[in-house]
Design a protein around this ligand. Sequence first.
Ligand code: CUA
Length: 348
Amino acid sequence: MRHVNLMNQPSQSTRRGSCAFGRLGMPVLAAGVLIISGCEGPQSALATAGTGAERIAGLFWWMLAGALIIWLIVMGIGLYAVRRRERRFTARATHILIVGGGVIFPTLVLAVLLGYGLHLLGELRTPEAGSELHIAVSGEQWWWRVRYSGPDGEAIELANEIRLPVGVTVELRLTSPDVIHSFWIPALGGKMDMIPGRETRLVLEPTRTGVFRGACAEYCGSSHALMAFPVVVMEAAAFDDWLEGQRRPAVSSGNRLARQGEDLFLMNGCGACHSVRGTDADGALGPDLTHLGSRLSIGAATLPNDIDALVRWIAQPQAVKPEARMPGFGMLDETDLHAIATYLKGLQ
Ligand code: CUA
C-alpha cells in the first residue's frame, strides 16, 4: 500500500490541478482546433472522397471513441484508487480486476477489432460489381508511370498524375521495377505496397470530384518524400474527353520558340529516355511527356508546371530531387533551356 500513500496528496494536488487547467485551457483549446483543422486538406484520410477511405475513416472514429471510453474508465479507476486509499480490496476483488480488466477485456476488444479489420480488408480489396476501369501504375525512382487501357485495349501512357471518373469503380494494378514503394491516396482509399516481381491490386471508388494528393508511403530512397502525384476526380463525361485527349499524339503549340525547343529537345538526346508520341522521341526510361503541358505539376508534384520551373528542372534536376536519374542540362544556355521549356509547356 506504500505506493498509494505516495500518490495521495488530495488538498494540494486538487488546488494545483484546477489552477493548471485554468492556465492550460486556452493552449489546449488552440491545439485542439489546430489538430482538427489538420483533418482537412487534399491529403487527409479523414476528409474522405472515396468509399474505401470512408470505411477506413469509420474504423478510425469507432476506434477513437472506444479508446476514449476505455481511457476514461482507466482514469476513473486510477482516481478511485488514489482517493479511496482507506478501503482495502479483498483478494477476490483484486483477482477479478486483474484477470477481467487486464486479460479478458483487452483480449475481447482486440479480437473484435481484428475481426472487424479483417472483414473491412476483404471489402476494400474486392469491388462489389467488377471494375469498370483498369489503370496500371508502376513506382519508379522517384516518379509514377501510369498506363490507362484505351477503348480498343491499347495502353495510354502518362506519368505523375492520375485522373478518375467520379462514382466509377477503378482497379489499380501496382508494381515496381526495382525497390518497394507504397501507393497511397489517403482521401480515396487504403495504401498498397508496390513490390518488384509482383502485381498488387487496389480498388478505388471516388465519391466526389476534386483535386487530391497521392504519395509514396514507404521509404524507397533519397527522394522518397519527393514522390507525390495529383489525383483529379472528374465528372464521367469530362474524364472521357480528357482520356481521349491523352490518347492522341502530341500537338506542339507551333510558335517559333517552341519549334526551336523541339529541335533542341531531339538534338540533345532527350528522346533516348522520354517519349513524346508523334515525334522521334520514344524513350521508355523516364516519364512520358506527350501531354506534359496539361499536367498540374512536374517532377512528381515537386514543382509547379510553368516555364521557370521547367527551366530549373532541366538544368539541375538533382538540385530539386536528390539522386534523380535524369542528367542535368545546365551546360545549355538560358535561351536554349527556355526554348525547350516552352516546347514542353506547349504539349497540351
Ligand atoms: Cu517511393 Cu517512397
